[in-house]
Design a protein around this ligand. Structure first.
Ligand code: SF4
Ligand code: MSK
Length: 634
């Protein structure tokens, strides 16, 4: 019998001390986590370099990544065709995820307007008017419902339009849009772009990597300036635009003497309804009768970030900590909807008698309890889950171990709020962002976003990269699981300005903001697009997004959604660095196009690095290059 393999030390798996503690507990409990499987399952090197194709049954065809032009597929497809097609399908899948999420928000909005959905309302009239104005819809003297109806009709075109340009390109800076038009990459409608991407990547269709790259950009832009942006706008209209709010993050937000309910996923409607259910006096009384001091509602992943940003609901952790939360034994119910939900959560929940519930018809898990959220009667679902959670609390039989760590921070920085804080405009006013960039107090702006991934030490690259950036006077904006990593590390408090360079620290202290601004869920990267568009329109930093001293990074990415996001930032003009892995074969024409050629077309470009120090070095070099080109640094 082979000797058992030595286990990787928890501190080598993650820098999140709570998750380390729970990895140790899971091992004692004999419960397997995804970290264990990542260690066990070695990625296929050919697949990791995107050098294989299985688009037809003459294959699968495997190329040799170290000699990529030595052979071609049975049909003759070259390495460039194969990797461009693979990349295109990842972009199509990521775009489909965000646009389908946005479509669900739009359907909810339609139900509210038509009066068939009454448990949700139009909460943010100001945002509705701003969205309407950005779409050239008249608002003066018109009833809210009338404006909302026109906004709905216009935004629906983001999905269904078959020719022309998606409505929200009206927000794109003129020179950036001109480049897109010249390159033929302005999206028509998301459904059309995703469909065409899938068609063109099928056997025997588009076999020119440069031509494929155009459709890859067009599809990704239908996500960033389409589905994702619609989702953010409609969620703000229905649930309120975030404003800075003090928050608590980490597994220590779970409470031993309360009924703990975790909501994990991406669509905010479930958590908004859960907030109503958990506050209901009858259910609160039921919890007290069961011996609990109350009901503790907690978010995880991006659903959690939606309500953390809007309502300050505590957040237990990011993608890599969802199993760890269950290992505490303290979670009475975990509900999930769509995206980034590991199938094994159901199994891990079973090990601790936690009630685990899927709630969306698009995302069931074999064997798991399904209680569907019907937005026409959402409380029916969420009340039932609360009752089940109370039942589990009453009959708790598992030993409970809750890590004690809780970090605090300030989050909820929508782009509207950043604009307001910085003097009503990105330039002018009392602490203008653009002027602080021009005078050099702020060297540039970086978006650090995206997932965590068991193939790299959880949170490490996020935290080290952001520390390096702020130390060099780069203001950091964040979304998704990265934002949670930095919140846990305590860098989202105004006091973190002490870790920033002198210029950035001065700005942060004057305005009273942290050097790291959390903007929301991964779908809210659209807020970063809006912020960079606003910087261009304000003036003084060039005419296109590609002129700005800004850069983006997803240091620990794992989802196809991240590839779609990266590509829409690149196509919008942003230098975007990905960490640890990149699905491409080196020294190929397609690689050269993504990492240099797109920039020559007036778009942004991709970068790649394996360590956070190298990621920071690449981003700072790009920011400095842009500053020199703008003439604000000699
Ligand atoms: Fe092989 Fe071509 Fe079929 Fe891909 S499409 S599996 S390269 S034969
Ligand atoms: S949840 S896509 S792991 S950011 Fe939006 Fe986190 Fe990445 Fe999922």
């Amino acid at each position: 019998m082979a000797a058992p393999k030595p286990l990787i030390r928890p501190e080598d798996i993650t820098i999140c001390e709570s998750t380390q503690q729970m990895i140790s507990k899971a091992r004692r409990d004999g419960v397997e986590l995804f970290f264990d499987r990542a260690a066990e399952m070695k990625p296929c090197p050919i697949g990791a370099d995107s050098a294989c194709c299985k688009h037809c049954s003459m294959g699968p065809c495997r190329m040799n990544p170290s000699d990529p032009y030595r052979k071609v597929g049975v049909c003759g497809a070259s390495i460039d065709t194969i990797s461009a097609r693979n990349f295109g399908r990842m972009v199509a899948a990521g775009t489909a995820a965000h646009t389908d999420h946005g479509m669900a928000m739009l359907e909810l909005f339609r139900g509210v307007i038509e009066g068939t959905i009454t448990d949700f309302q139009i909460k943010d009239h100001l945002k509705l008017h701003e969205v309407a104005a950005s779409l050239d819809i008249e608002t003066n003297g018109r009833a809210i419902e009338e404006v909302a109806r026109d906004v709905y009709r216009e935004l629906e075109k983001t999905y269904t339009q078959v020719e022309g340009e998606i409505p929200l390109v009206k927000r794109v800076p003129a020179k950036t849009l001109e480049t897109w038009r010249r390159e033929g990459i302005v999206p028509r409608g998301a459904m059309r772009e995703i469909m065409e991407m899938m068609h063109r990547t099928a056997i025997g269709v588009d076999q020119d990597y440069e031509n494929l790259a155009k459709q890859i950009s067009r599809t990704a832009l239908a996500d960033g300036w389409g589905g994702s942006m619609v989702s953010t706008d409609i969620s703000d209209i229905l649930f309120g635009t975030p404003a800075p709010v003090e928050i608590s993050v980490d597994l220590g937000v779970l409470k031993e003497d309360q009924v703990n309910i975790i909501v994990h996923g991406h669509e905010p409607s479930l958590l908004e309804s859960m907030m109503v259910s958990t506050a209901a006096p009858s259910l609160q009384a039921m919890a007290r009768e069961a011996g609990a001091k109350g009901i503790n509602l907690v978010g995880m992943c991006c659903s959690g970030l939606e309500v953390l940003s809007r309502h300050g609901i505590p957040h237990a952790g990011n993608f890599s900590s969802t199993e760890a939360a269950l290992v505490t034994g303290a979670v009475d119910a975990m509900t999930v909807d769509i995206q980034c939900i590991k199938q094994d959560l159901h199994k891990v929940a079973g090990c601790y008698d936690t009630v685990f519930v899927t709630t969306n018809y698009r995302a069931k898990i074999e064997g798991a309890l399904h209680i569907e959220l019907d937005e026409h009667d959402p409380l029916k679902c969420t009340d039932e889950i609360v009752i089940k959670a109370i039942g589990r609390f009453k009959n708790r039989s598992q030993p409970i171990e809750i890590p004690r760590r809780v970090s605090r921070g300030v989050h909820g920085f929508s782009h509207e709020y950043i604009k307001y804080m910085l003097g009503g405009s990105f330039r002018g006013g009392y602490e203008p962002l653009n002027d602080n960039i021009i005078n050099g107090r702020i060297r540039g702006v970086a978006g650090v976003v995206g997932c965590t991934n068991p193939r790299s030490k959880q949170d490490f690259s996020h935290v080290e990269l952001v520390k390096e950036l702020i130390k060099n006077d780069v203001l950091v904006v964040q979304t998704g699981c990265s934002q949670v990593a930095l919140a846990k590390a305590g860098l989202t408090t105004p006091g973190a300005a002490a870790m920033a360079g002198p210029g950035l620290a001065e700005v942060c202290e004057t305005v009273g903001i942290p050097p790291v601004l959390g903007l929301g869920a991964c779908v809210d990267n659209s807020r970063i697009l809006m912020a960079v568009a606003e910087m261009v329109k304000t003036g003084g930093l060039g005419d296109a997004i590609a002129d700005l001293p800004v850069a983006g990074c997803a240091p620990e990415w794992m989802s196809e959604k991240a590839i779609a996001i990266g590509q829409y930032f690149v196509a919008s003009g942003v230098y975007t660095v990905f960490g640890h892995t990149f699905p491409i074969t080196r020294e190929t024409k397609f690689e050269k196009l993504l990492f240099a050629g797109l920039e020559r077309q007036g778009l942004g470009t991709w970068g790649f690095a394996d360590s956070p120090q190298d990621m920071a070095r690449l981003m700072l070099a790009h920011i400095d290059k842009k500053r020199r080109e703008l003439g604000i640094d000699k």
